[in-house]
Design a protein around this ligand. Structure first.
Ligand code: XMP
Length: 507
């Protein structure tokens, strides 16, 4: 399959370049900037892209690709820092400039190839402190902005291009067109990357493995899709285990069992360990201690299962591409590739090899596969849910009554957002409960009941989050339902702290 390789110089947008290219069905891979010439050759790329990055090319610590890479004579596109690298490498000059951040009007001076079909001018997203003062011999300016005279440059003869702006972010108009021009027209890459093709080839690969596979499923999209792909390849040699830790959302364990066992006919073993988990959490109110207990208990239950139901040769995990590849700049080259194991801490004597069928994929690609494999939409539309479950949404000790309140109140929040068509527009939405109580009046009686906190947040990647400005009428309805339907609750509050300084989960 034709492939574009993106060298990562540490831009926060590096992964986005690959995603945008894959969206038009060409396979793109992110590699560390210091990949060796020999390694890069093994990729057999149709073209190379240098990402942006925080460094300056004239700094002594500037990350540089291996020189021989330029001798491959492949089409090359530099973005932002990558643009400056190209200017520098081919004999131009880069200078410190006024910082330009945000949207600028890019005027097209030559629309022959890279900027073909994008119009006379477009808004382009800038984020840089350096600029090309003098372009290299043999290059010409193909686009400029008011402050950057050489915002886009080209050497048609060499098929080398540099652009100061970021075509991969949505704020750049026609950004995808520009990437398409490079990938499809300059590199002549074929559009061969489809999720149907991925399913077919990975099923073929997985069907060749020997021995039994153990897969811990959580009901989340990643472990579900990983399990279904493996099941398609090896049928009942895959055994899925689902650990009910007693900290799941209302009726979640039943829904998951129904889906795997009844719908998908997968070899599925639910383990109800809720009493063990809740027993270990009894009397514990420290947030970190609670997380540790849930993690350790999970490993214990999982290991017991593996021991009793084995032997297994493989442990399957739903690790995704962004977990596998980290920035090539912020980590030293040796630490660049990390194997991110969701089920951490399993004892070595289990002697399991790791099978990660989704390690080349982005989340939106996993969602596409889920659709193709008929995973119910409800599952892949569901908000992220933390591994330690409701133990992080119950402030203080996890008690049966707080657990019950948390489950029912959260279901009300989710249902009302679904009803108002807002569920998919927010990042997460739930109810939390602690030990604080407040006085209410029920009928003619005073009642000292629990306080429930509603938390609904908008976010793009969970790194930062803002509280969602829900309509007052909707908040009122949620509050009324919670106090009417849950006997022990007298007050409902809405959490209006953003992250930072707050976090999304309270514990
Ligand atoms: P915070 O609370 O740190 O959460 O703002 C950020 C995102 O991570 C989720 N989260 C977790 N996910 N294991 C997980 O798998 C955990 O221990 C955990 N803690 C928080 C949280 O739901 C939010 O999406």
């Amino acid at each position: 399959m034709d492939k574009i390789v993106v060298l990562d110089f540490g831009s926060q947008y590096s992964h986005l370049i690959c995603r945008r290219i894959r969206e038009f069905s060409v396979y793109a891979e992110l590699v560390p900037f210091d990949i060796s010439y020999e390694e890069l050759q093994k990729h057999n790329p149709k073209g190379i892209i240098f990402s942006g990055g925080p460094s300056s090319v004239y700094s002594s610590e500037a990350p540089m690709p291996e020189n021989k890479i330029f001798e491959m004579n492949l089409p090359l596109l530099g973005i932002c820092y990558g643009h400056q690298l190209i200017v520098n490498k081919y004999g131009g000059k880069v200078k410190r400039a006024n910082k330009e951040y945000g949207s600028s009007l890019l005027t097209i001076d030559n629309d022959k190839d890279l900027l073909n079909g994008v119009g006379e001018s477009v808004r382009a997203w800038m984020s840089h402190g350096d600029e090309a003062e003098q372009i290299p011999p043999g290059f010409q300016v193909i686009g400029h902005t008011e402050s950057a005279k050489a915002a886009a440059i080209a050497s048609e003869e060499k098929s080398v291009y540099g652009i100061q702006f970021h075509p991969e972010v949505v704020h750049t108009e026609q950004g995808t067109e520009i990437l398409k021009n490079f990938v499809l027209k300059v590199c002549n890459a074929k559009q061969e990357w489809t999720m149907e093709g991925f399913i077919e080839s990975s099923v073929e690969k997985i069907s060749k493995i020997e021995g039994n596979v153990l897969c811990g499923v959580s009901g989340g999209i990643d472990s579900t899709v990983a399990a279904l792909l493996i099941h398609k390849a090896i049928g009942d040699r895959l055994k899925c285990v689902f650990v009910n830790n007693g900290l799941l959302r209302l009726n979640e364990e039943k829904e998951i069992e129904e889906m795997f066992r009844d719908n998908f006919k997968v070899n599925f073993s639910p383990v109800d360990a809720s009493q063990e988990f809740l027993g270990k959490l009894k009397g514990i109110s420290d947030p970190e201690e609670k997380r540790k207990i849930v993690g350790e208990e999970f490993v214990r239950v999982f290991t017991n299962f593996a021991e009793k139901s084995g032997p297994f040769k493989w442990l399957a995990q739903g690790t995704l591409y962004p977990d596998v590849i980290e920035s090539g700049v912020s980590k030293g080259p040796a630490a660049v590739i990390k194997s991110h194991h969701n089920v951490g801490g399993l004892p070595e004597w289990l002697n399991l090899e790791i099978l990660e069928p989704l390690r080349e994929l982005y989340k939106d690609e996993v969602r596409q596969i889920a659709k193709i494999l008929n995973v119910p939409e409800k599952l892949f539309m569901r908000h992220p849910f933390p591994g330690p479950g409701l133990s992080v949404r119950i402030i203080g000790e996890v008690t049966p009554s707080k657990l019950e309140i948390c489950k029912i109140a959260s279901k009300i929040v989710e249902d009302e957002l679904l009803e108002a068509n807002l569920y998919s527009k927010v990042w997460q939405a739930y109810a939390a409960v602690g030990d604080d109580r407040a006085v209410g009046v029920v009928g003619d009686e005073r009642k000292y009941g629990n306080i429930v906190m509603i938390r609904v947040v908008d976010s793009i990647d969970a790194m930062t989050a803002d509280w969602t400005r829900l309509p007052h009428g909707l908040l009122e309805k949620i509050s009324n339902r919670i106090t009417n339907e849950i006997e022990d609750v007298t007050w409902v509050t809405y959490t209006i702290s953003s992250k930072p300084p707050a976090t999304i989960e309270p514990q």
